[in-house]
Design a protein around this ligand. Structure first.
Ligand SMILES: [Zn+2]
Length: 83
């Protein structure tokens, strides 16, 4: 199963999301992101642990994330009542 990491799971306001086949590969990419975007040239051990702890497995049947459909519900026709 693929592994996924999201920065916001660490409680940060960051939309970063990374997926990889293994935790090891995932953490390499995540560490790179933390280095560049969160100014952490040296990743503290406890933060690395926290980051690993929020990694979760992506269910194999999960559909690609669908975005942009929210808010369209409002265009549903409203039934009219007769006089
Ligand atoms: Zn981030």
């Amino acid at each position: 199963m693929r592994k996924r990491f999201r920065c916001k799971d660490l409680g940060w306001k960051c939309g970063y999301l990374q997926t990889a086949p293994t935790v090891t590969e995932l953490m390499v990419k995540v560490e790179e992101h933390l280095r560049h975007f969160h100014a952490l040239p040296v990743l503290p051990a406890d933060l690395r642990q926290r980051a690993e702890s929020v990694v979760y497995e992506v269910p194999p049947r999960e559909r690609p994330e669908v975005r942009g459909t929210a808010g369209r519900e409002a265009s549903r026709p409203v039934p009219r009542e007769g006089p």
